[in-house]
Design a protein around this ligand. Structure first.
Ligand SMILES: [Zn+2]
Length: 267
């Protein structure tokens, strides 16, 4: 398979979700909504009511190259696959701050591996202003668990990826939320301990795929009569460094090239 060259930024998640949900973008959002996503939906079908965002760490284009047949299993659920660039440097807090603000690092302020509470306007602030109920289900003390605190969000800090999945299913079925973010970290954790294509890492990748399918199917079941969007939004890729360990943070395609995948459902 030939890979299209990436054009937009991962920060496009924020304006794309705002467009679909019919709300104003946060103040610092400077990206455009993804045409490849929003052009698939008729004006009459807007706004979309519900949203599930699945953020799995470091599932970059490097894995689509090496394990495409595995990753293809998510496409029946999130078929709109868009090639994008990570933010620079491609490390977790820099990238997720961009994803959930629509802004570049020099604007949102996280430009290295630090996890301060973001002070700038975010997707979550924009959702709160529009009276949307938001839940973030994330591994405890991960970047997503920390940098978006002090907002009108229900936070679920979970011990590990498995409990993130279990809690996300519970949160979905509670029917209390309009927008749910699920964040899992095993692949990224394991690539730093081994290398990006180790048996341990590929086992984590496959678990992420299994979990994504389960969470997405649960969303489709819960929201089967509601217009909804499911998005798969990883942060960056990875490469093997000179010491033979997995790493990321460089301006190279292995670290920077990402696919975000969307599924839009309008019953
Ligand atoms: Zn990451």
């Amino acid at each position: 398979m030939k890979f299209p060259s990436p054009h937009g930024s991962i920060a496009s998640l924020t304006p794309t979700i705002c467009h679909l949900l019919g709300i104003n973008t946060p103040n610092d959002s400077s990206e455009s909504a993804l045409d490849m996503v929003i052009s698939t939906i008729e004006k009459d079908d807007l706004p979309i009511e519900k949203c599930l965002i699945i953020a799995q760490d470091a599932i970059g284009a490097h894995l689509w190259k090496s394990h495409e047949s595995d990753l293809n299993k998510i496409l029946p659920l999130v078929p709109l696959r868009v090639p994008l660039q990570a933010s620079f440097p491609p490390v977790t807090p820099v990238c997720f701050a961009s994803i959930f603000t629509g802004a570049p690092p020099e604007v949102h302020g996280i430009q290295s591996f630090i996890k301060p509470i973001l002070e700038c306007d975010t997707l979550f602030d924009a959702l709160a202003r529009a009276n949307k109920k938001v839940a973030i289900v994330a591994v405890v003390e991960s970047c997503i668990d920390l940098i978006f605190r002090n907002r009108n969000i229900t936070y679920f800090s979970e011990e590990d990826d498995e409990s993130v999945k279990t809690k996300t299913l519970e949160v979905l079925r509670s029917d209390k939320y309009d927008v749910i973010i699920a964040y899992q970290a095993d692949y990224d954790d394991n690539l730093h301990k081994t290398e990006p294509f180790s048996d341990l890492c590929i086992q984590s990748l496959r678990q992420h795929i299994t979990d994504l399918k389960e969470m997405a199917k649960a969303a489709n079941q819960q929201w089967n009569e509601k217009k909804h969007v499911i998005a798969f939004t990883p942060d960056h890729g990875a490469h093997e460094n000179d010491s033979g360990k997995g790493d990321h943070g460089l301006n190279i395609p292995e670290d920077m090239d990402i696919f975000h995948c969307y599924g839009i459902y309008t019953p």
